[in-house]
Write a protein that binds this ligand. Sequence first.
Ligand code: NAD
Length: 240
Amino acid sequence: MERKKALVTGASRGIGRAIAIELAKNGYDIYAVCKSSVQILNSLCCELENEYGIRAQAIQADVADAGSIDFLFEQISDVDVVINNAGISYIGLLTDMSEEEWHTVMDTNLNSLFFICRKAVPFMLQKRKGKIINISSVWGNVGASMEVAYSASKGGMNAFTKALAKELAPSNIQVNAIACGVIDTEMNHGFNEEERAALCEEIPADRFGQTTEVAALVMQLIQGNEYLTGQIITLDGGWT
Ligand code: NAD
């Protein structure tokens, strides 16, 4: 039987890398995408192929750019699962943010969903089957000071998830999002020890989440119930 194919954006490190590993472990062929760290992505794909006997292809693409996504899909013959994970943060006062910085956050975190889903969905419609999982943030639910653009982009991602889920439910394609709390990745390596400790104190689980915990939830959603769609599932150790 032909193996199922999963596209993971931002797979070179952090949450995306953990998701790509989990999918490969579960027998999926992987299209691993990132913007610039191609060497890292190539070696991840080699590791996945050797370890799990699947096919893994590293593809350099900028999710913020529609033309780059069109080029990405020229290299894809089929896709069963899409994980929209690539994202960037911006921390600072709204009044200090330039128009260019605003657009970069929106293009990367939100417009990318449009660029990717409009290309991936036709493959899923043909089979009347498919899963789309968007990696969102608790800030998309509740908003964060100094992260207005990021919060708005993730809030948009949540609304996109709910709306597309309704559009695709009649075609048996499920669209869900995971709203992460603080996950221990390079995105949070700006915190010093004191700040990390203060943040942990706010989180009832008393620790940051692990990338493998996000990946495990992604896998549960993929393998799970076809009636579960349009949901924003919060994974934050009880924080928000
Ligand atoms: P990270 O910075 O460690 O990794 C981000 C990945 O996205 C990298 O592979 C990077 O190359 C890729 N990427 C960035 N811009 C890209 C672009 N324009 N085109 C293609 N690839 C691009 O981040 P992470 O912590 O692993 O976060 C992954 C996702 O999870 C993001 O969407 C982030 O908003 C979300 N998230 C993370 C946390 C957290 O605490 N780490 C919390 C909530 C949500």
